[in-house]
Design a protein around this ligand. Structure first.
Ligand code: 6PG
Length: 224
C-alpha cells in the first residue's frame, strides 16, 4: 500500500504554480503515451488559481478531456457551480473542444445526474490524472465522512452534505482511484486540523483516496 508523497510550499501561490507545472508535464506524457489526457478537475476554491495559470500556458488542448470530481445540484449559471468556476478560470480561455469538457448535469437532480454521468464515465476510464481538494472535515470531492455509497457505482448521488449545498453528485472512491496519478492540493490554516488527522491515519474520505498508488499532495506552510 503506497502512501502519498508530500511536497511543501511557502504559499498557496507556489502550490498553484507547482500544480500547474505538474499537470502540464503529466498531460504531455499521457498524450505521448496514450494520445489523450483525461483529467478530473477538483471543485471548490483551492484549485482556481492553478486553473487560471493553466489558461496562460500553451498545451496540446485538442487532446485534453476534462471531467469533474463532483458538482453541486444547482442551476448551470449559479455562482456556486464548479462547472462555472472552471469555465471562467480555464475552459473559456483555451481551445479544449467543448465536446471534451464533460460537466456533470447536476442541475437535473442528484439521482438522474449520477446515473447519466456513470454511463459517460464507463467509457472514460482509467483517468490520467485526478485532482482533489480536501475540506476541513477531511472530505474530498463530495465524499463526506459517515456517508457510504455502493462501491460498484461510478458516480453517486449525495444528499445532506454538511458543506452546502446539501445535494451533490460525486465520483465514487473506486472511480477516483482509477487513475494513473492523483494530485491533492491543500492550503490554508483552516485545513491544518484535518491534515493532522489525515496524517495520523484517521479513516477520513481523503485517507481512503490517498493510500493507492501514485498519489502526490501539495501543501502550503499554513496548513502543514
Ligand atoms: C466542492 C469541492 C470540495 C472541495 C473541498 C475544499 O465541490 O465543494 O469539490 O470537495 O475540494 O471542499 O474546498 P476549498 O478548496 O474551497 O477549501
Amino acid at each position: 500500500m503506497h502512501r502519498t508523497l508530500w511536497s511543501l510550499y511557502p504559499s498557496p501561490q507556489q502550490v498553484a504554480h507547482a500544480a500547474c507545472q505538474r499537470i502540464l508535464a503529466t498531460a504531455a506524457a499521457a498524450i505521448r503515451e496514450r494520445g489523450h489526457f483525461r483529467l478530473v478537475l477538483a471543485g471548490g476554491t483551492t484549485p482556481e488559481q492553478c486553473y487560471r495559470l493553466l489558461a496562460q500556458q500553451s498545451a496540446n488542448w485538442s487532446r485534453w478531456h476534462l471531467y469533474f470530481g463532483d458538482e453541486r445540484c444547482l442551476p448551470t449559471d449559479h455562482p456556486e457551480r464548479n462547472s462555472l468556476m472552471v469555465a471562467t478560470a480555464l475552459t473559456d480561455q483555451v481551445a479544449i473542444p467543448a465536446a471534451q469538457v464533460h460537466s456533470i448535469p447536476a442541475e437535473r437532480g442528484a439521482e438522474e445526474a449520477a446515473a447519466a454521468y456513470s454511463a459517460q464515465l464507463a467509457e472514460s476510464l482509467p483517468f490520467d490524472l485526478v485532482l482533489l481538494g480536501m475540506g476541513e472535515d477531511g472530505h474530498t470531492a463530495s465524499l463526506f465522512p459517515g456517508q457510504h455509497h455502493p462501491p460498484e457505482t461510478l458516480a453517486v448521488a449525495v444528499h445532506n452534505a454538511p458543506k452546502p449545498p446539501p445535494d451533490r453528485v460525486s465520483l465514487n472512491y473506486t472511480t477516483l482511484a482509477r487513475s494513473h496519478e492523483i494530485l491533492i492540493l491543500v492550503t490554508g490554516a483552516s485545513k491544518r486540523e484535518a491534515l493532522r488527522r489525515w496524517r495520523a491515519g484517521e479513516p477520513l474520505p481523503i485517507t481512503a483516496l490517498s493510500t493507492g498508488g501514485h498519489v502526490t499532495t501539495l501543501v502550503d506552510q499554513a496548513c502543514w
